[in-house]
Design a protein around this ligand. Structure first.
Ligand code: GLA
Length: 383
């Protein structure tokens, strides 16, 4: 037994020379908290790098330069056992065109723009229609399908990567050169922070988000219907049959959309509610209750079997709660796990869908000379 353990230990040290394998840093320089390695190639043949970030509690986040995508998030359960709570693939080559945005940075416009059209300052712009009649998540080649430049950094209480990209004028039909940095930080408080900055040289809609699919039970091996969810939202934006908001902001009271108290996700998902039928489950934007424009709690998720808790705070006015309704068992993810219906959920912090065509919604227009700034924090704990 002891022999087996020491063989295992030396194997760990050979494979991960900077780490003990237990999450305890071994290098006095502290360079053990961040690692870069090759991760295959993007569908257009560019080399992709993978960054592994680790904090002092052993929490580990991996993100790759293709799509700036989160590849894995390893957090402990209430007994201290680590599992991966994000869906994804073992190598970049698996992230083909058919992948539903696992972990990726979404833009230029996260969510849908009706009929792939909007008018800004009197000029009409046409976008690719990649979701029925609508344009979804930035078009055919959104920010999830490009290789981002990356720059790692280390501070006393956090490690991170700054992803950089400039989307050219006319990219997927959007106006203006859009220069972006998206900073990922893993803190010693078990927080994964996304901070988005952008500037443009012409007015353009911008709505950046992250599309990680979570399964707090770990390793994407069962559906997420037993998770309990709280959304800090008294209202939501109902949709039409193509998932475009009707423009109304409706109270959640007395509907299956009332998550103001922790509620089991699966408790009402099959009710014959018009909005649930249109969304094939939950695929809706919730209007967050907020007192000011600062970081506000958007959501809390609790997984009872493992005790894992995830809290989402954001500066955004909305969050898309998507219950993984289009996962259908055709994708085989990490460690050969097949991702079936509702094996993951997303909480995409954002401005409301179709805002460029809905003057009553908070504006998503970034003008030349202004700076776009948005922050979202995913904090992990147990109870
Ligand atoms: C978003 C959308 C969903 C779906 C997923 C990707 O969450 O709102 O309708 O398109 O992305 O499959």
């Amino acid at each position: 037994m002891i022999h087996r353990i020491s063989v295992l230990l030396s194997l760990c040290l050979t494979l991960f020379p900077f780490w003990t394998g237990s999450g305890v840093p071994t290098s006095p320089q502290g360079t053990d908290m961040i690692k870069k390695e090759a991760f295959g190639t993007s569908p257009d043949g560019k080399p992709v790098d993978l960054y592994t970030l680790k904090n002092k509690h052993g929490m580990e986040v991996r993100a790759m330069t293709y799509g700036g995508a989160i590849v894995s998030i390893r957090v402990p359960d209430r007994k201290g056992h680590f599992d991966d709570v994000a869906l994804g693939f073992d190598k970049a080559d698996d992230y083909t065109a058919k992948v539903p945005y696992f972990g990726a940075i979404i833009g230029r416009y996260g969510n849908r723009i009706a009929n792939g059209k909007f008018t800004l300052d009197g000029k009409e712009y046409t976008l690719p229609k990649n979701d029925g009649p609508n344009s979804l998540h930035g078009g055919n080649k959104g920010f999830d399908k490009i290789v981002w430049e990356a720059e790692p950094f280390e501070k006393p209480d956090e490690v991170g990567v700054i992803f950089k990209h400039t989307s050219p004028d006319g990219d997927e039909g959007y106006p203006g050169n859009l220069k972006m940095t998206v900073t990922y930080m893993l803190t010693d408080k078990n927080e994964l922070i996304f901070e988005y900055h952008a500037t443009a040289d012409k007015a353009t809609p911008v709505n950046l988000t992250n599309h990680t699919y979570f399964n707090l039970a770990g390793d994407g091996q069962r559906d997420i219907l037993g998770h309990e969810l709280m959304l800090n939202a008294d209202s939501f934006t109902p949709v039409d049959k193509t998932l475009i908001p009707t423009g109304k902001i409706v109270s959640v009271k007395g509907t299956p959309f009332d998550f103001t108290k922790l509620t089991v996700i699966g408790a009402r998902i099959d009710q014959k509610d018009e909005q649930l039928i249109l969304g094939h489950g939950y695929d809706h934007n919730f209007v967050l209750n907020r007192k000011d424009k600062g970081l506000t709690l958007a959501a809390r998720v609790y997984e009872p079997t493992t005790g894992r808790v995830m809290e989402v705070s954001t500066t955004e006015p909305g969050v898309q709660f998507y219950s993984g309704n289009f996962l259908d068992g055709t994708l085989t993810g990490k460690q050969g796990h097949v991702y079936k219906l509702r094996y993951g959920f997303c909480l995409e912090t954002q401005h409301y869908p179709d805002s460029p065509n809905e003057p009553s919604f908070p504006s998503t227009t970034l003008r030349a000379g202004q700076t776009y700034h948005s922050t979202t924090v995913y904090k992990f704990s147990t109870r």
